[in-house]
Design a protein around this ligand. Structure first.
Ligand code: UDP
Length: 406
């Protein structure tokens, strides 16, 4: 048995968005099961929303896994904004806080842990690649920096080679080129429309600043761990491995691909199991646009009409802020009566539980990376409706490269 003070101790900072927290929690659990001590840091806001969403909220989300013998400690820090601040409605302000303010709070928390005589010595910092500060913070405290990329290797490679895109006029030019991009190492030629939304726009937003700064910072990482699968992106992964210690460690899922014992959902989960049990094998379309993207009211109404006319059974995850947190009931009048008992409309669910149900026959998705990995795992075919960020690039992988969706 390895004594606690001989085990490697990593501080793990999760990016405060649902699609990043989930794979971060599960990577932390995997590392702890391999003998790491983990101190996991969430923001106050993510912690508050996660615990509020649970019926029997435990203040420490890792209590159950600790009871099973894993050494995961838990703490929270401010992202710079008040806990109740509506980050969905004020997205740019939220991102600006992450860009400019969050690092000061993290640095204070890391200093406290590193200097404490009551915890085992810390050897590394694991942090999301999108943070702009990890290599500097790691250096300051003499820690190894392990960067965690929770998206496709292809997306990493596009951001990593943004200077190449600029030089060739595919990014940051007034008259962007529309011809294919065929000069990025390990990337089969790609249409400009399949790049991430940020690479298709001019470079002025706070998100652009985050991407440029974080992709400078990641050059100081000791390792990059990517939540992808080597066999799915072999050329891109190999090309990145030629440049840096880059590891495809995915897919990172909850142990056994069952409902996680650690609470990670930011909204209360509705249970669809009894309803799904009443539906024939492969007869239900699952519809979800993830945790972050918004759908315009017009698109939402079109989708509603399409679902209504299709006559198929469906489960539709409609987050309260799907159009905007200012418009909590965006569905067409009479829609719910029209679809009657062939649909369940819910604010949130345990998605992996739904995808593994035998009644599910397809997934209409915004192409979030976690959703794609989960759907692949469950062999559920995809209908793609990308909305922003990496979702356009993920659609290209699903439809053009892997041919598992439309
Ligand atoms: N998810 C969930 N319940 C839902 C919708 C989504 O548990 O009702 C989970 C889903 O399983 C995935 C994550 O939330 O792990 C969403 O991540 P993804 O990368 O697909 O999209 P994002 O939310 O980041 O746009």
């Amino acid at each position: 048995m390895v004594e606690a003070d001989q085990k490697p101790h990593a501080i793990f900072v999760a990016y405060p968005l649902q699609g990043h927290v989930i794979p971060s929690v599960h990577l932390a659990i995997k590392l702890a099961s391999k003998g790491f001590i983990i101190t996991f840091i969430n923001t106050h806001s993510i912690h508050h929303q996660t615990t509020k969403a649970q019926a029997n909220a435990d203040q420490d989300i890792f209590t159950a896994v600790r009871q099973s013998g894993l050494d995961i400690r838990y703490t929270t820090v401010s992202d710079g904004l008040p806990v109740e601040f509506d980050r969905s409605l004020n997205h740019d302000q939220f991102m600006a806080a992450l860009l400019h303010v969050f690092s000061a709070h993290v640095e204070e928390a890391v200093a406290k842990i590193v200097r404490s005589s009551e915890v085992p010595p810390v050897s590394c910092l694991i942090a999301d690649t999108f943070f702009v500060w990890p290599s500097k913070v790691a250096k300051k405290f003499g820690l190894k920096y392990i960067s965690y990329w929770t998206e496709a290797a292809l997306v990493f490679s596009l951001y990593y080679h943004v200077d190449l895109l600029r030089v060739n006029g595919h990014f940051g030019c007034h008259d962007s080129r529309e011809d294919k991009i065929d000069y990025i190492p390990g990337v089969r030629s790609i249409d400009p429309k399949d790049m991430t939304s940020y690479l298709q726009e001019s470079d002025t937003s706070v998100c652009h600043q985050i991407i440029f700064t974080s992709f400078k910072d990641v050059r100081g990482a000791d390792f990059v761990l990517c939540n992808t699968i080597q066999e799915l992106e072999p050329e891109t992964v190999s090309a990145l491995q030629a440049k840096m210690p880059f590891y495809a460690v995915g897919p990172i899922f909850p142990t056994g691909f069952t409902k996680s014992t650690v609470a990670t959902s930011l909204w209360p989960e509705s249970d669809c199991t009894s309803w799904l049990n009443t539906k024939p094998h492969g007869s239900v379309l699952y519809v979800s646009f993830g945790s972050y993207a918004h759908v315009t009211k017009n698109d939402l109404i079109e989708i509603a009409h399409g679902l209504s006319l299709s006559k198929v059974n469906f489960v539709w995850v409609l987050r309260p802020d799907i159009v905007s947190s200012d418009d909590e009931d965006p569905l067409p009048v009479g829609f719910k009566e029209e679809i009657h008992d062939r649909a369940m409309i819910i604010p949130w669910c345990c998605q992996i539980q739904v995808l593994t149900h035998q009644a599910i026959g397809g997934f209409l998705t915004h192409c979030g990376w976690n959703s794609i990995l989960e759907s692949l795992w469950c062999e559920v075919p995809l209908m793609c409706f990308p909305l922003l960020t990496d979702q356009f690039t993920n659609r290209r992988l699903v439809v053009d490269d892997w041919k598992i969706g439309d």
